[in-house]
Every structure is written in structure tokens, then in C-alpha cells.
Write a protein that binds this ligand. Structure first.
Ligand code: HEC
Length: 311
């Protein structure tokens, strides 16, 4: 098989007409997914005259390796709208998350004459909670890339209906990219304050089990509104109780029923939520990350944090 892969590459360089016919046969008939993918790539390099048909064929291939290659070539060919719609629907319905994400990225670069109908349908699906949350950010990025005012307005209408315009970063990130960002991202500087290895301590809490402790929504909140909920042991809370008494202390624990505060008293204080009139959190010393990280970076960091389960 390796030999065939090499052969296909060589044909592409030679650039002979009969060669492309042979390559088409490989794409149509060869059993090896890698061979078919390379054949498609070679046809792209050869500027094969029926490349559009081959790309469509590749999009329908049973192997995701070939489909991904075909998606990458979409910007190189001019497509007939009807065929385009059919094939897109197939990939968007059945492809893996990463294929669909890649497709949306390409979609944003294609002529809106071709893509507008499809993008509109996706917006409607998102509005009906019918679009995989892993794709939300990719869809809104694709829409931004089209520079279409019309699509932008439709998306905006949807976002104001929703609780937060950061919701789209909760799902669909890459753990690998998030890990890289966590260790190396120069704007967020997570490792300046946090460790993820056992026993490592810093200004902020150790995060090695954070994926098991917080939901994705809470992780998002910890990043963009750090003062709203403070990690146990990391913030001072001031409470006015019903009846007027004021207590302040380090928040050690918080659940649906009570707060536990460490105060100057020897014993921690348990305060039932129903006794609390007002509550003020001291601001977190963690900078809010909503303006510091891009949405894509936030999404990857959340994927990484969610994966930290303490093992
Ligand atoms: C200047 C220091 C500092 C930096 C930089 C920083 N953090 Fe924090 N972080 C803290 C502190 C202090 C807390 C505890 C207070 C709180 O919950 O907000 C915290 C809390 C958190 C929590 C909640 C933990 C819990 O148990 O509730 C998460 C998650 C988190 N940080 C992730 C990050 C990530 C990811 C980055 C990088 C993008 C980052 N932090 C950068 C100081 C920092």
C-alpha cells in the first residue's frame, strides 16, 4: 500500500493526463482509505478537470480520512448548488465532530450564494437546540467569516434569547490545544497561579481534579466571572444575617443548604442559607478571562479542565 501511496504522489508530479485517469480509478476503487485520500490530494494538485466531481465523491466516502481530505479541497472547486446541499447534509448529519467542525470552517470561506441556505438552516437548528453543542462556536465563527450582514443578524437574534453569549464555548474544544494553552498561553498565564500535578501549590487552587468537581458551566463561570463563585479556601465572604449581625470569613465550603466559614473563632461557622440577608464576595485575585482569551482558546481550555479528573 505504501508503494501505491508513493506512486500516486509521483503521478501528480509528472502531471500526465493518463496518469490522472489512473488516479481517479484509485479513488473510485482502491480498498485503502489512505490511498484514496492521497489520490484525491493528487488530483487537487494536478488541477484535474473534473475535480468537483471527485471532491463530491470524496465527501461521500466511507472513510473519514478521505472525507476530511475532500472537505479541505472544497474551496478549490466550483460547485453546483444542488449537489453541494446534498453532500453537505450527509456530512453534517453523519460525520465525526472534528469533520463537522472542519466543514464549518470551510463553509465560512465559500461563496454565500452557495452556502447561505445551509447556514440559515443551521442557525434555526441551533435556535431549536437541535445542533450539536460541539459545533456552536464553529457555526458562529463561520458566519463571521462570511461577512454576511444578513446571517449575522439572524445569529444575533438568537444570542440575545440565550442566557450567555459564552455558552458556545462549553463544548467542542480540543483537550490537546487546551493543555498547550494552559502551560504556554502568554496572555492567560494559568501556570503562574495554578498547578495540575499532585501536590503542586500556588496562588490559586490546584486543578488536578477540577473536571470532576465543577460542571462545564461552572468551569466557564470560574474563567469569565471568577468573583461570582470562589474556590473553597480562596476568598473572603462578608455576610449580613437576618437580624443584622455581620460575619466575615474565608469561605471553606458552600452547598445548597449552608456556607461554612473560617473566622477568627476556633471552630468553623456553619451558616444556613436561609439566615443570610446579603452576601458580598471579596473579588477573586484571578483575572476574568473573557477578554483575555479568544473564544476558541476558552473552549479548548474548558475541554482541558473538564478532562482533569485527578488520575
Ligand atoms: C493571578 C493568578 C491567577 C491566574 C493567572 C489564573 N488564576 Fe485561576 N484562580 C486564581 C485564584 C486565586 C482562584 C481562586 C479564587 C476563585 O475561585 O476565583 C482561581 C480559581 C480558578 C478556578 C476555579 C477553581 C475552583 O475550585 O473553583 C479555575 C477553573 C481556574 N482558576 C482556572 C484558571 C485558568 C484556566 C487560568 C488561565 C487561563 C487561570 N485560572 C489563571 C488565580 C489565578
Amino acid at each position: 500500500m505504501q508503494v501505491k501511496v508513493a506512486l500516486v504522489g509521483m503521478f501528480a508530479q509528472v502531471g500526465e493526463r493518463p496518469a490522472s485517469q489512473k488516479i481517479v480509478e484509485l479513488l473510485e476503487n482502491n480498498e485503502g482509505a489512505q490511498v484514496r485520500a492521497t489520490a484525491l490530494l493528487a488530483l487537487g494538485q494536478l488541477d484535474y478537470e473534473h475535480l468537483d466531481q471527485m471532491v463530491m465523491l470524496g465527501m461521500r466516502d466511507k472513510s473519514s480520512v478521505v472525507r476530511t481530505e475532500a472537505i479541505g479541497l472544497l474551496t478549490e472547486v466550483s460547485l453546483d448548488k444542488e449537489k453541494f446541499d446534498d453532500t453537505m447534509r450527509a456530512v453534517l448529519g453523519e460525520g465525526s465532530v472534528s469533520e463537522q467542525q472542519k466543514l464549518l470552517k470551510v463553509l465560512g470561506q465559500l461563496d454565500t450564494l452557495l452556502t447561505q441556505g445551509l447556514i440559515e438552516k443551521l442557525i434555526v437548528r441551533m435556535g431549536n437546540n437541535n445542533l450539536d453543542p460541539n459545533l456552536h462556536l464553529d457555526l458562529s465563527e463561520a458566519i463571521a467569516r462570511t461577512h454576511s450582514e444578513y446571517l449575522g443578524i439572524q445569529l444575533a437574534a438568537l444570542v440575545t434569547d440565550k442566557s450567555s453569549d459564552f455558552d458556545e464555548v462549553m463544548y467542542g474544544g480540543s483537550i490537546e490545544n487546551g493543555r498547550n494553552y494552559f502551560y504556554e498561553g502568554s496572555a492567560g498565564q494559568c501556570v503562574r497561579c495554578h498547578g495540575v500535578e499532585k501536590g503542586s501549590v500556588g496562588v490559586g487552587p490546584n486543578l488536578r481534579e477540577i473536571g470532576g468537581l465543577l460542571t462545564r458551566k461552572q468551569l466557564l463561570e470560574a474563567l469569565v466571572k471568577p468573583s461570582k463563585r470562589l474556590a473553597p479556601g480562596y476568598g473572603v465572604v462578608t455576610l449580613t444575617l437576618k437580624g443584622g449581625q455581620v460575619v466575615a470569613g474565608i469561605l471553606m465550603e458552600e452547598n445548597d443548604e449552608e456556607l461554612i466559614l473560617k473566622t477568627t473563632e476556633a471552630e468553623p461557622m456553619d451558616i444556613p442559607l436561609e439566615r443570610i440577608q446579603t452576601r458580598t464576595n471579596s473579588p477573586s485575585s484571578m483575572p476574568p478571562m473573557g477578554q483575555i482569551l479568544t473564544k476558541r482558546e476558552l473552549r479548548d481550555v474548558i475541554a482541558f479542565l473538564a478532562s482533569l479528573q485527578g488520575d
